[in-house]
Write a protein that binds this ligand. Structure first.
Ligand code: PRT
Length: 299
């Protein structure tokens, strides 16, 4: 158990996950100044330090207990865990909560002209990748032999320069593959950012900080996915209106001053609120329909 009383969180210094991670921590009420170039940023209103590092270093820092928490893509986490297991190093961590950003997939992609006829047609081929462990696991699970060459960047140029037959890389929109004359043939892993926790026991002071922080993180995530909906509805259509509302919350029905025929309906929708639902509500005689973002949520 450590004697340190400030909770330490590892996050990506700069890159695809850094802005969203910073916003998440700020929305949890943490005041942090990450404008400077320091590796360790102090949160000024809570005993928390933020360690700003490369994404690929985050899992190891948490697994070794150097940081208590980390925010990292599942792809990096799983790759590091597999590699550490192979090397006989510590690979334990607790996945505290999935976060709703950083979504992508790790895919196998081949040149456009390649005739793909199922996984077996990849047998014996060579792939350029930053994720050799996830690639090897996929090959083993599917009973094929795959060779790989390790590249830390510009993976997509490998087939064109004769370094590999195909690639195994992260994809989000697919634009990079298309721009390089490649087509996605198999998704081997789906990833999002996650909050991970060290499996090392922490002291009571740190535990108390963690107990405050975790519900806040979950609250911010829940709020991000939810919408607050307000509308005016005919009094005799309340049940039909409620049935159209996405999510599981029971609507609040309020009287409207001077109107016996109309009521105000307020509801928190936890699923996507589509234009089609708004149109269906209009058909039922609803108007003044407002859909608003929610900043924070608890309970
Ligand atoms: O630099 P550092 O060591 O911190 O890590 P990194 O090089 O992995 O950083 P970064 O910022 O590129 O990625 C951080 C994390 O963001 C990844 O580990 C994923 O969890 C997540 N993520 C989400 C992505 C993408 N989407 C993504 N599209 N990471 C990389 N890409 C790249 C991909 O490698 C390819 O080059 O984007 C390109 C493809 O994008 P599309 O939209 O054209 O398909």
């Amino acid at each position: 158990m450590t004697t340190e009383t400030r909770l330490r969180i590892a996050m990506q210094k700069s890159g695809r996950l850094s802005d969203e991670t910073q916003q998440l921590l700020k929305r949890c009420g943490l005041k942090l100044n990450v404008a400077d170039r320091r590796l360790l940023a102090h949160v000024t209103n809570t005993p928390i330090d933020i360690m700003r590092v490369r994404s690929s270093d985050i899992p190891g820092l948490v697994m070794d207990g150097v940081c208590d928490l980390g925010i990292v893509g599942d792809n990096t986490l799983e790759e590091t865990a597999l590699e550490r297991i192979l090397l006989g190093e510590k690979a334990e961590y607790v996945k505290t909560t999935g976060l709703n950003f950083g979504g992508c997939r790790l895919s196998l992609a081949m040149p456009e002209e390649f005739e793909y006829q199922g996984i077996k047609s990849l047998d014996g081929l060579r792939f350029a990748t930053t994720y050799p462990q996830l690639l090897k696991r996929f090959a083993q699970e599917n009973g094929i032999n795959i060779d790989f060459c390790l590249l830390k960047g510009s993976v997509e140029v490998a087939p064109r320069v004769g370094l590999a037959d195909g690639i195994c890389d992260l994809v989000s929109t697919g634009a990079t593959l298309e721009a390089n004359g490649l087509k996605e043939v198999e998704v081997i892993y789906r990833s999002k950012a996650s909050l991970i926790q060290s499996s090392t026991t922490i002291n009571a002071e740190k535990q108390a900080i963690l107990d405050t922080l975790l519900p806040r993180i979950q609250g911010v995530m829940k709020a991000k996915e939810s919408k607050y909906i307000m509308l005016h509805a005919p009094k005799n259509k309340i049940e039909e209106v409620s049935n159209l509302m996405p999510g599981k919350e029971t609507p609040t029905v309020l009287p409207l001053a001077g109107r016996d025929d109309l009521v105000a309906v307020h509801v928190v929708a936890t699923e996507t609120f589509f234009w089609e639902t708004m149109e269906a509500l209009k058909v039922l005689g609803c108007d003044s329909i407002l859909v608003m973002p929610i900043e924070k949520m608890m309970g």
